[in-house]
Design a protein around this ligand. Structure first.
Ligand code: THU
Length: 133
């Protein structure tokens, strides 16, 4: 799948955003190694801290369908930002636990700008289960 096709799927996720408070719609997609597609969007709440980001919803969507870390291949996200939309800190921590360290991450905006990265690059020196030993 091309990066353009990945972003097109993330845009489909974005159409499902529930963001009446921020008016900032974010879309995401997780693609598994066996080709399954799981969309995500940000879902907000009047109790603001309960808002959930698009990236986490897409990853949880994949897990709720029986997939886990090593099954996942691609994470795409998109929002109407000037530069590409990058995952927030909380999402980086969740991605680092639930998405492969070398999995492809495509960050995009609505105007067609795209950047490819990995969670290793987005969250070096991550806190993980080894720190709890
Ligand atoms: N948001 C995401 O969905 N992903 C990010 O990486 C950044 C922020 C959402 C959360 C909230 O619904 C809105 O964008 C404004 O922060």
């Amino acid at each position: 799948m091309t990066n353009e096709e990945i972003v097109a799927l993330a845009k489909k996720g974005r159409e499902l955003s529930y963001s009446p408070y921020s008016h900032f719609a974010v879309g995401a997609v997780v693609i598994t190694k066996d080709g399954k597609i799981f969309l995500g969007a940000n879902i907000e709440n009047a109790s603001y801290p309960l808002c959930m980001c698009a990236e986490r919803n897409a990853i949880y969507h994949a897990y709720m369908n029986g997939y886990s870390k090593e099954d996942l291949q691609v994470l795409g996200l998109v929002a109407d930002t000037e530069d590409v939309c990058t995952p927030c800190g909380a999402c980086r921590q969740v991605i680092s636990e639930l998405f492969p360290s070398d999995g492809k991450i495509i960050m995009a905006n609505m105007k067609g700008k795209m950047k490819e990265t990995s969670i290793k690059e987005l969250l070096p020196f991550a806190f993980d289960c080894s720190d709890l030993q």
